[in-house]
Ligand binder design. Structure first.
Ligand code: NAP
Length: 288
């Protein structure tokens, strides 16, 4: 579609449903992808409080939307409103992408696909490694599922609220037969867990704008043979990513995951190869 493109009676709707949604770069990323791929669709973000989730999902079906993304706090609640979900959604217990196939709403989890693709594209192998995952929410679940799929052998799960880390450790060790332990998020416990890990993943909003000076890991834990992944994408270079790079560690940013999950979503909605570079540039333009 050229810059001449205008919405018409055939334009399909794609959407983001979350609460709040004001920080999201997804509208810019997907609208750019639709534009350069000549797809007659528009991506809009809707701030949907939980009480309206059910009616908004029904509305997506009624309006024959192309599909929609689901973000905080609806990734689990939306599951019950869909007609089908793929196996990955069941494994993670959360949905982030919905495709409307002629009135049937099918759920996918491209967060997991995005993490795996971000690692692969950066030449990061986690086969046989042990990982420290910080956080116990939706992003942590996606990280644990991705790492399990890629052959990670041992997890430490650290969380501010320890009982959530414990229940996640129990669930994942039962589901995948992987050794999992829960640790609290104090500096001592985190330092010990990081020393026996090959990879550290931040799956919390710590370090995100505006609290950019915060970091989940003490600086002395960073070392050259460590792999560090941060789900936070605003700023792109978080304090954790910055300190890890300075220490010589291999880093993968939340931007990589964001673009890869967006690319996987685009493919599901359109069946077309995603214009990754364009999508990345669009996101960088809003985040910088
Ligand atoms: P979530 O389900 O609400 O979970 C948030 C997690 O972070 C919980 O474990 C929570 O601990 C912890 N947490 C929150 N604030 C904290 C603080 N101040 N100090 C320590 N821990 C804190 O959210 P989510 O879906 O996992 O999202 C987490 C982050 O990932 C968000 O910043 C989101 O934007 C990002 N994300 C990025 C991508 C990407 O493509 N790059 C994709 C998805 C999500 P408690 O259990 O103690 O509350």
């Amino acid at each position: 579609m050229s810059s001449e493109w205008k919405a018409d009676q055939f334009t399909r709707l794609a959407a983001l449903i979350g609460h709040p949604i004001d920080q999201s770069p997804s509208p810019i990323m997907h609208n750019e992808a639709f534009r350069v791929s000549c797809i007659n669709a528009v991506y809009l973000a809707f701030d949907v409080p939980p009480a309206f989730l059910k009616s908004v999902v029904s509305g997506m079906r009624a309006m024959n939307a192309l599909g929609f993304n689901v973000t905080i706090p609806h990734k689990v609640a939306a599951l019950d409103l869909l007609d089908e979900s793929d196996q990955l959604v069941k494994d993670v217990g959360a949905v982030n992408t919905v495709v409307n196939q002629n009135g049937t709403l099918k759920g996918y989890n491209t967060d997991v696909v995005g993490i795996i693709a971000a690692f692969d594209r950066n030449g990061v192998s986690v086969d046989g490694s042990s990982a420290l995952v910080i956080g116990a929410g939706g992003a942590a679940r996606a990280c644990l599922t991705a790492l399990s799929a890629k052959g990670c052998k041992k997890f430490h799960i650290a969380n501010r609220t320890l009982h959530k880390a414990k229940s996640l450790a129990k669930e994942f060790s039962r589901k995948y037969g992987i050794e999992c332990s829960a640790v609290n998020q104090g500096p001592k416990a985190i330092s010990e867990a990081s020393r026996s890990s090959d990879i550290v993943l931040n799956a919390t909003p710590v370090g995100a704008y505006p609290s950019v000076e915060e970091c989940v890991l003490p600086r002395e834990c960073l070392r050259p043979d460590l792999i560090v992944f941060d789900v936070v994408y605003k700023p792109i270079r978080t304090k954790l990513i910055d300190e890890a790079s300075k220490a010589g560690a291999k880093v993968v940013t939340g931007l990589e995951m964001l673009v890869e999950q967006g690319a996987a979503t685009f493919k599901l909605w359109t069946g077309r190869d995603p214009p990754r570079q364009i999508m990345r540039k669009a996101v960088e333009s809003v985040l910088s």
